[in-house]
Design a protein around this ligand. Structure first.
Ligand SMILES: [Zn+2]
Length: 193
């Protein structure tokens, strides 16, 4: 069995539903509950702003700098391109990487690589490499639009580089996955006869 076959076989053993349930019940709503129950005044800014959306090139630079680990909780993250490749190989019914929470595979919810504004964008934080860190979706939703001070957590940018390792979000695996996808996408030639 080659690595791709092994990875696909392993993915079928993942308890996707449990990951999905956990993400929906605890990961995603934690920030919303905090916003509802903790009365923290937010300092909305009216200054002209840079874009909230993070350009792909900047997002990739941040993820690579952070070795595809959540800077808040150290969870290893999986690159979106890798999740989409698994979806193409396995089919969206077996592994859905996009769509609603109920449609997505648990891995594509909990381990999906995101980038977070440390100083929230709507509190004046810049879309800048110095204000961005890699984050898992649970930490991203959990922090919501609070500052570090408002929710009392340490600045993830101060964590030592030794906290991180050579994990690459499975991006080094991407070429092998795409090599398996290419034959599936090749157009079928019609017999001229
Ligand atoms: Zn995290």
């Amino acid at each position: 069995m080659n690595d791709v076959s092994l990875a696909l076989a392993e993915l079928t053993t993942i308890r996707s539903q449990e990951l999905q349930n956990w993400f929906i019940e605890h990961g995603q709503v934690s920030g919303r509950i905090r916003e509802r129950h903790i009365a923290v005044a937010k300092q909305e800014t009216t200054e002209p702003r840079d874009l909230r959306n993070i350009p792909t090139k900047l997002e990739n630079a941040v993820l690579q700098r952070d070795n595809f680990r959540c800077r808040y909780c150290s969870l290893p993250l999986v690159a979106k391109s890798v999740l989409h490749a698994f979806s193409k190989l396995m089919g969206p019914e077996a592994f859905c990487s996009l769509g609603s929470n109920l449609e997505r595979h648990g891995i594509a919810l909990v381990f999906r690589a995101n980038v977070d504004h440390v100083v929230p964008w709507n509190q004046g934080g810049l879309t800048d490499v110095n204000n961005l860190v890699s984050a898992c979706q649970c930490c991203n939703y959990g922090k919501a639009s609070f500052t570090l001070e408002q929710i009392g957590i340490d600045d993830p940018r101060n964590r030592l580089a030794s906290d991180r390792d050579s994990w690459d979000g499975s991006t080094s695996f991407l070429q092998r996955l795409r090599g398996k996808i290419a034959p599936l996408e090749r157009p079928v030639r019609r017999n001229p006869n």
